[in-house]
Design a protein around this ligand. Structure first.
Ligand code: BES
Ligand code: ZN
Ligand code: ZN
Length: 528
């Protein structure tokens, strides 16, 4: 789909549909909606007077123009109550309005920018939200379906703005929004793909392709290298599978003066979680093809970072493997040695995410990555706690956690923090090893899992995101469509952009000592 910005009058657009809006309770439309109303001989006002159009949030009213306008259709979108209007609504309304128009077969749509007019919000942000809503809301996963004759697409979306001064900001917003949403859709594509077609090797190949596309370094560690590094935890999960494991590393280096790999984004890459010998019940097991959603989000975020080019270093680490039962699989009671040197008693082979992440964390620390953010569909307990509404987070660095939550808010992705109490350590003590991979049944399962990771993170600043409930959805709502959500791809990208921005302003205020030294001679040279 093509998205462009045009200065002009919405009434005059020659597209298959035009979109205007109305706040709840407004009796007399204003701005662009009023102009369309006039062109329609007062049809909108009349429908308001009759009580058909109320402006309620999500209300969609289609009006056929029958030759009174160049466009055959007008869609009036209800914005809801003005004080409740937020960017989330711009994103979600754009998504549902465009899905509706796609069903009607409108191949081209012109829309005013929701929020930027009467709403009084920043035009750039509104345009970004609209681009995100359009690209994410129209997402479909059709790779394995027979092409449908009736399958229609919106080929062109035009954002129309009367005020010429706003167009550069609107164009910027559209460009950023597209990248964020396309990244989320890439994560969705990976997570929606069935496990027979999306093995650890395929995941590694896709990471390599993404790296080549946007100029990242990609390194894929094979089983032998994992053995050399002593990644006994990751290897213990992989040993039951016929598919070779891969440790995918993507490096984005903006600051080559810094030796550090910078921020570490770690993602769980279990391409299928059968549970292993502690096998899962059959009902719903197919959803475990999405147990690599954390890894997918991290890889997709790196694609967006490679395109947006923020001035900080970011490195992604994705341990990818299947978790399968077989004659060579790990047994409950087995003890393995992780890369960090800690020994782990494996009580339940279905608690495999924390095992592969333990070695990914050790590897990230060895690479000097800091801070570390890990993203994983880690525990059913988190789904019990938050449902499919929010992603749980746990952190040893409060400031960083707050930044993740704020980055999520900007993306319309909800996060909720849980505590990391000292006492959880007791629950994962083993009689035979340094630590065991599960806590006590029915007791804070999501947090003993986080505590297990904390044992490997040690003093590195860290935020853990448990997205077991938010990786997929069975409802169509706003930007979300059935299947993988692409969460938390946009949050991660927003976070990287805000960390980069923070560093830029901090540098402007007080240059680091090393930098002052660098600046010194340059200034003298200029004077000479
Ligand atoms: N991948 C699952 C967690 C999960 C559950 C993700 C539901 C998405 C939806 C994870 O590997 C797992 O099986 N965790 C176990 C841990 C338990 C054995 C301690 C769980 O939560 O049941
Ligand atoms: Zn599992
Ligand atoms: Zn799992």
């Amino acid at each position: 789909m093509d998205i462009n910005v045009r200065t002009g009058d919405i009434v005059r657009q020659r597209t298959k549909a035009i979109v205007v809006n109305l706040f709840e309770g407004v009796k007399k439309p204003s701005g662009a909606t009023a102009a369309v109303d006039r062109a329609l001989g007062g049809a909108i006002s009349q429908l308001i007077a009759e009580g058909e159009i109320k402006g309620k949030y999500g209300e969609l009213t289609l009006i056929h123009t029958l030759g009174r306008l160049p466009s055959p259709r007008v869609l009036v979108v209800g914005l809801g109550k003005e004080p409740e209007f937020r960017l989330d609504r711009v994103r979600d309304l754009t998504a549902s309005a465009l899905r509706y128009l796609r069903r009607l077969g409108a191949s081209s749509v012109a829309s005013i920018v929701h929020g930027a007019g009467v709403g009084g919000m920043e035009p750039r942000q509104c345009a970004q939200a609209m681009a995100e809503g359009a690209v994410m809301g129209l997402y479909r996963f059709l790779r394995h379906k027979k092409p449908d004759e009736e399958q229609r697409e919106i080929e062109q979306l035009t954002l129309v703005e009367v005020d010429r001064k706003k167009t550069p900001a609107l164009r910027q917003g559209v460009a950023t929004g597209r990248i964020l949403a396309e990244a989320a859709n890439r994560a969705r594509d990976m997570a929606n793909e069935p496990a027979n077609l999306f093995t650890p090797s395929v995941m590694a190949e896709q990471a390599q392709a993404i790296a080549a596309e946007v100029g990242l370094e990609c390194e894929v560690l094979e089983r032998e290298q994992m053995q050399e590094l002593g990644m006994g935890a990751l290897l213990s999960v992989a040993q039951g599978s016929a598919q070779p494991p891969k440790l995918i590393v993507l490096r984005y280096r903006a600051d080559r003066r810094s030796a550090s790999g910078g921020l570490g984004l770690l993602g769980k890459g279990i391409t299928f979680d059968s549970g292993g010998i502690s096998i899962k019940p059959a009902a719903g097991m197919e959803a475990m093809k999405g147990d690599m959603s954390g890894g997918a989000a991290v890889i997709a975020a790196m694609w967006a970072i490679g395109r947006l080019k923020p001035p900080i270093n970011v490195t992604a680490v994705v341990p990818a493997t299947e978790n399968m039962p077989s004659g060579s699989a790990t047994r409950p009671g087995d003890v393995v040695r992780a890369m960090s040197g800690k020994t782990i008693e494996i009580i339940n082979t279905d608690a495999e995410g924390r095992l592969i992440l333990a070695d990914a964390i050790a590897y990230a620390r060895q690479q000097g990555l800091s801070p570390i953010i890990d993203v994983a569909t880690l525990t059913g307990a988190m789904v019990v706690a938050l449902g499919k509404v929010a992603t749980g987070c746990v952190a040893n660095d409060q400031e960083l956690c707050q930044k993740v939550i704020a980055a999520g808010q900007a993306a319309g992705e909800k996060f909720w923090q849980f505590p990391l109490f000292e006492e959880y350590k007791e629950l994962i003590k083993s009689n035979v090893a340094d630590v065991k991979n599960v806590g006590a049944p029915g007791q804070a399962g999501a947090l003993t899992a986080a505590q297990f990771l904390a044992e490997f993170v040690e003093d590195t600043p860290w935020v853990h995101l448990d997205m077991a409930g938010t990786d997929d959805t069975d409802k169509e709502k706003g930007v979300w469509v059935k299947g993988a959500t692409g969460i938390p791809t946009r949050t991660l990208v927003n976070l990287v952009l805000s960390l980069a921005e923070e560093r830029r302003t901090a540098r402007r205020r007080a240059p680091a000592p090393s930098e002052r030294r660098r600046r010194g001679p340059r200034r003298r040279r200029r004077g000479a």
